[in-house]
Design a protein around this ligand. Sequence first.
Ligand SMILES: O=P(O)(O)OC[C@H]1O[C@H](O[C@H]2O[C@H](CO)[C@@H](O)[C@H](O)[C@H]2O)[C@H](O)[C@@H](O)[C@@H]1O
Length: 229
Amino acid sequence: MLLLDFDGTLVPLAERPEGVVVTRELIDRMNRLSVLFEGRLALVSGRAIEVLDDFGFEGLSIAGSHGAEWRLPDGSRDGLDRPDELDEAKAAFIKFANGKDGVLFEDKPLGAALHFRLAPSFADASIDLAKGVAGDLHLQHGHDMIEVRVGGVNKGTAIAELMSHAPFAGFRPIFLGDDVTDEDGFARVGDHGGHGILVGRIRDTRASYHLSDPNAVNAWLARALEPAG
Ligand SMILES: O=P(O)(O)OC[C@H]1O[C@H](O[C@H]2O[C@H](CO)[C@@H](O)[C@H](O)[C@H]2O)[C@H](O)[C@@H](O)[C@@H]1O
C-alpha cells in the first residue's frame, strides 16, 4: 500500500500555499494508482481534506490536517473537533502578518499558520509569537512556516488510523515524505514492516530509501503504471 505526503513530495514547494501546481496528469496518475492498489493508496498531509479536494483529489483516501481528520475509500469521514483556542491564535497571527510584506497567514480548519518563506527575517518573531499563543495547542514546525494546531495526532497516528481500517489493515505500508513532520510517519510504517522513502535533501531520518525530488517521485509512480514486460 502506498501513502504519500503532498507538498514537497508529490508537488514541488511553491512560494505561497495556494501556489502549488497540480496538473490533470497528476490527478489521473493518483486515481489510476488507487485503482491499481485496490484502494490502498492515501495522501497523508498537513493540509486539510477540503483543500486537497479543491486541488482535485476528491477521489482519494486522505489523512489530513496532520492526522486530525481522515477519509476512507468508502467515503466515510471522521476526525477531531476544532479547539476554541484556535480563534485566539488566529487573531494574533492575522494582526502580526498585517503590514509585514511576505508574512502570510494561512487559515486552516484545525490549525492556524504563519508562513515566512518570502520574509525569512520574520522567522524568529513568527515562531516566538506561535510559542506565545500555543497554550495547549500543538506547535508544528514546517518548511518556512510555523503552525499551531489540534494536538495528540501526527503523521504516525494518521498512518495508524488508516491501517486500522479496510482495505489498509494487514498490508505493508510504503510512505513517501520530505518534511520533518513526515518522520513520525516513517517510524510508524517501520512498525508495520513497511518502509519510508525520504524525498529531497538527505538528512538524519527514519526513512530507509531516498528519492531526489517530486519529479523523481512522479517518474517512479508513473513506472508503476506501465504495463509489465
Ligand atoms: O504535509 P504536507 O502535505 O507536506 O503539507 C505541509 C504544509 O504544506 C504547505 O506549506 C508548505 O508548502 C507551501 C507550498 O509549497 C510552501 O509555500 C510552504 O513554505 C510550505 O511550508 C501548507 O501550506 C501547510 O498548510 C501544510 O501544513
